[in-house]
Design a protein around this ligand. Structure first.
Ligand code: CP
Length: 311
């Protein structure tokens, strides 16, 4: 976390991850306090977002900071040809921390090289989404009581899914057993499989998705097939509805198995699954507020002791 920026989850040790989760728990106890009074948070979203932007802005507002930014680069001078470097240089004149989502892989890392203020990566292309992973870890720990030794079944778009890539990297500290479920066209890229091998992460790959393939899972992590990442829309049409989690598939699962999804969902989880006790994706999204409060405070130099509710 050079300069307190958060660019890639791969840069964080297991201890640093648990430290941030502990900060998140303090904010769950008390999300409204004016720790960041007088600070200014910039949210630069070069790609659409609902949860990430709104939870960051809610976090900033609940902590007393003010927010500037944009939700659509078309209303900025990037349409006149201004470079990302110049945009970051300008915004860093105004804000204490920059939260940025960009469609290019590596954009957040590039921003840290020119910015004097911390950069928080809110998603860069199909590369990384570290703050999503922090809230995923928070949710896994909250529901399973631990992060270690879990069976995690990840389903859907493993090729372009940045939340998947970040989650795999973060879980390397906790001895997971992954089952990767994807059609051939969206299977996990070789670089991530190599990463798993180098990090001694146990995994299996399959194209099958039915009740028997999820029977051992502690977590089922569903993902959306992302239309916006395809250059060939015929290929998108072929794979978009290949896996749909139906309620009648949940009869043989572990009692405490939880279904997570970074959201947004399209068709990959049937609507009636929402009422099943295994469904946990809306609570997962709520945890985003606590973890993003932690991320903003950490980026601005506050420690766990600074944010503890009971000293
Ligand atoms: N999970 C996630 O990143 O959602 P948004 O695209 O709505 O921010």
């Amino acid at each position: 976390m050079e300069n307190n920026s958060l660019v890639s989850i791969a840069n964080l040790s297991g201890e640093q991850l648990k430290y941030l989760l502990a900060m998140g728990r303090e904010f769950e106890k008390c999300p409204n306090r004016k720790i960041l009074d007088g600070k200014l948070v910039a949210t630069l979203f070069f790609e659409p977002s609902t949860r990430t932007r709104l939870s960051f802005e809610t976090a900033a507002n609940r902590l007393g900071a003010r927010v500037i930014g944009f939700t659509d680069p078309k209303v900025t001078s990037s349409t006149k040809g201004e470079t990302l470097k110049d945009t970051i240089m300008m915004v860093s004149n105004y804000a204490d921390v920059i939260v940025m989502r960009h469609y290019l892989e590596g954009a957040a890392l590039w921003a840290t090289e020119v910015s004097p203020v911390p950069i928080v990566n809110a998603g860069d292309g199909s590369n990384q989404h570290p703050t999503q992973t922090l809230l995923d870890l928070y949710t896994i720990q909250q529901t399973q009581g631990r992060l270690e030794d879990l069976n995690i079944c990840i389903v859907g778009d493993l090729k372009y899914g940045r939340t998947v890539h970040s989650l795999i990297m973060a879980m390397r500290h906790f001895n997971p057993k992954f089952q990767f479920v994807a059609p051939r066209e969206l299977s996990l890229p070789e670089e991530y499989k190599r990463y798993c091998q180098e990090q001694h992460i146990s995994f299996e790959e399959t194209e099958r998705f039915d009740s028997s393939s999820i029977a051992d899972a502690d977590i089922i992590y569903m993902t959306r097939v992302q239309r916006e990442r395809f250059t060939d829309l015929m290929e998108y049409e072929r794979v978009k509805d290949v896996y749909i989690l139906q309620r009648d598939m949940l009869g043989q699962t572990k009692d405490n198995m939880k279904i997570l999804h970074p959201l947004p969902r399209v068709n990959e989880i049937a609507q009636d699954v929402d009422d099943d006790p295994h469904a946990y994706y809306f609570q997962q999204a709520k945890n985003g507020l606590y973890m993003r409060e932690a991320v903003l405070c950490n980026a601005l130099g506050y420690t766990l002791d600074d944010v503890r509710v009971e000293k």
